[in-house]
Design a protein around this ligand. Structure first.
Ligand code: ATP
Ligand code: MG
Length: 137
C-alpha cells in the first residue's frame, strides 16, 4: 500500500466539485486516509511549493493557492502516487487527456484543480507537511 498527498485547489473548491473529484479517487481504488479543508497563507503555500521558488510563475502560484480554501487529503492504495497522477491528467488542462480531473474540471495551467505528489519522496514530505501521524487513519 502506498500513500500520496492530494490537494483540491481553490478553483475547484469554489466551483463546488469537491465531491465529484473525491468520487474519482474512491471509484478508482484510492481510499481517503486523511482529509481537511484549510486556508493556506503565503508562508505555508510557499513552503509547500519551495522547489519552484526560482520559477517565474512562483508568485502567481502562491497567490492562487492562497486565494481561497483548499482540501488536503492523504490517498491510500496500490500504486497510489502514479494512479493519482494518471487520474489528474497533465499540468496544463488543455493538454490533459479526456476523462481526467484536470480536463473535466480545470480551466488553465494556473488554476488546474488538483495537486498530487510526484514521487515517493515528495509524498512523504508533503503528507508530513499537512498531517500529524494520528490524523492519518
Ligand atoms: P502540482 O505540483 O500542482 O500537482 P504538477 O506537478 O502537475 O502540479 P509542477 O511542475 O509541479 O506541476 O508545477 C506546480 C504548479 O505550478 C502547477 O500545478 C501549475 O499550476 C504551476 N505551473 C507549472 N508550470 C507552469 C507554467 N509554465 N506556467 C504557469 N504555471 C505553471
Ligand atoms: Mg508538482
Amino acid at each position: 500500500m502506498e500513500q500520496t498527498l492530494s490537494i483540491i485547489k481553490p478553483d475547484a473548491v469554489k466551483k463546488g466539485v469537491i465531491g465529484k473529484i473525491i468520487d474519482r479517487f474512491e471509484s478508482n481504488g484510492l481510499r481517503i486516509a486523511a482529509m481537511k479543508k484549510i486556508q493556506l497563507d503565503d508562508e505555508k503555500a510557499g513552503g509547500f511549493y519551495a522547489e519552484h521558488k526560482e520559477r517565474p510563475f512562483f508568485g502567481e502560484l502562491v497567490s492562487f493557492m492562497t486565494s481561497g480554501p483548499v482540501v488536503v487529503m492523504v490517498l491510500e492504495g496500490e500504486d497510489a502516487i502514479m494512479k493519482n497522477r494518471n487520474l489528474m491528467g497533465a499540468t496544463n488542462p488543455k493538454e490533459a487527456e479526456a476523462g481526467t480531473i484536470r480536463a473535466d474540471f480545470a480551466e488553465s495551467i494556473d488554476a488546474n484543480a488538483v495537486h498530487g505528489s510526484d514521487s515517493a519522496q515528495s509524498a512523504e514530505r508533503e503528507i508530513k507537511y499537512f498531517f500529524s501521524e494520528n490524523e492519518v487513519l
